[in-house]
Design a protein around this ligand. Structure first.
Ligand SMILES: Cc1cc2nc3c(=O)[nH]c(=O)nc-3n(C[C@H](O)[C@H](O)[C@H](O)COP(=O)(O)O)c2cc1C
Length: 250
């Protein structure tokens, strides 16, 4: 049996969960290929099962992930799938948001769960997760990976309760926020060139090619606010609304 784990991760939380899940399968002698959806390669209907995982942005999956699911996830003939999100609050609504889409493509969702992880969006009025809470969440997440893999392999269907109304409302709010997200970097981020070492990790790491770095940084208007650029910077050179801030580190 071989599975495919396809994921998007802005700042590493979802990637961390994906690695735990892959290890749990490996402990049970089940091989998984890990596929980052930023890779342009097409994946095929050649796996026995699929795992999809993404962060939650504004209570639902980011458009970047939904677009990939719609356009590039293969159509399959009744393949079992495990659907995961990571988010700062207790519940995210991405699973409910995409379950119809996945079913239409031939996936049978066996396990659907939104896993709490530290907040990676803590600028403006949002608060960073405290260090204590972070440790608590990260230690709990190993149990989540075990529960997901064991539940999935037992074929115990587990679909987390995610409110229909909140999901629909969140989809609408996400749509309304799209222009704000797309302008997030252009409007809010600048670089402190006294600190910047011009390594261009921000440019190379951006999942949507929103950054051009020649002598200075230039942002386009297709940002998804995933915070990758900020997190990739090795010297803390980004400023938010002109002020330095503490970066999230993994
Ligand atoms: C633009 C943006 C919006 C977010 N919105 C939410 C949200 O509505 N609810 C929530 O619980 N967490 C929210 N978060 C926090 C992330 O879901 C959380 O940190 C997630 O684990 C990040 O995963 P990643 O590191 O794989 O990108 C948001 C993060 C970003 C960057």
């Amino acid at each position: 049996m071989k599975g495919l784990i396809a994921y998007f991760s802005g700042t590493g939380n979802t990637e961390y969960v994906v690695k735990l899940v892959s290890n749990e399968f490996a402990k049970r002698n089940i091989e998984c290929e890990i596929f980052n959806i930023e890779n342009d390669k097409r994946i095929k209907d050649e796996y026995d099962f699929y795992v999809f995982a993404s962060p939650i942005h504004i209570e639902v999956f980011p458009k970047f992930f939904i677009d990939w699911l719609s356009e590039k996830a293969p159509a399959v003939d009744n393949k079992r799938c495990l659907l995961l999100s990571t988010q700062a609050s207790q519940v995210g609504y991405g699973g409910r948001q995409v379950s119809r889409l996945l079913e239409r493509k031939g996936y049978s969702i066996v396990y659907m769960r939104s896993i709490p992880m530290p907040n990676n969006y803590y600028l403006g009025k949002f608060k960073a997760t405290s260090e204590d809470k972070k440790l608590e969440m990260v230690s709990e997440v190993s149990n989540e990976a075990v529960a997901a893999v064991e539940g999935f392999l037992r074929d115990d269907v587990y679909i987390e309760k995610q409110s229909f109304y909140i999901t629909e409302l969140s989809k609408l709010v996400y749509k309304l926020y799209m222009p704000i997200l797309n302008n997030f970097a252009k409007k809010n981020l600048t670089v402190d060139y006294d600190i910047c070492i011009k390594c261009k990790k921000c440019e190379k790491g951006c999942p949507v090619n929103n950054i051009k770095f020649d002598d200075a940084i230039h942002f386009d208007k297709k940002c998804i606010a995933c915070q990758r650029c900020v997190q990739k910077c090795p010297v803390n050179a980004f400023k938010y609304k002109g002020e330095h801030f503490e970066q999230l580190r993994w």
